[in-house]
Write a protein of this length. Structure first.
Length: 107
């Protein structure tokens, strides 16, 4: 295991889901660490970055047309759910049922 560096150069800011923030708090207590920074440094030391294969589905930007009422509704829900319109669209598309292809009718 690598030795911990005593000199910390600069803050690193990034978003985490609340579940991981709770895990940091739990890890602090279980490892006897004083700060979230210590937990993150420990996680970095212990993680095998060489062997990891992050699963990221490739993204592509598309443009579509929606009615003004739908656009307003999406913006309203995005604000109330504290998320983006894109996140809501991904959820809507992911939940869309796809009809199975019907075989051609023979005459």
């Amino acid at each position: 295991m690598a030795t911990r560096t005593k000199t910390i150069s600069a803050p690193l800011t990034f978003d985490l889901p609340l579940g991981l923030i709770a895990k940091i708090k739990t890890a602090r207590k279980s490892h006897g660490l004083k700060t979230a920074s210590e937990v993150v440094r420990l996680a970095i030391e212990q993680f095998d970055f060489e062997a990891c294969a992050p699963s990221r589905e490739p993204h592509r930007q598309i443009s579509v047309r929606v009615a003004a009422a739908q656009r307003a509704m999406l913006k309203r829900y995005a604000r109330s759910k504290d998320t983006s319109v894109g996140d809501l669209l991904r959820l809507a598309l992911d939940g869309l049922a796809v009809k199975s292809a019907r075989p051609a009718r023979r005459s």
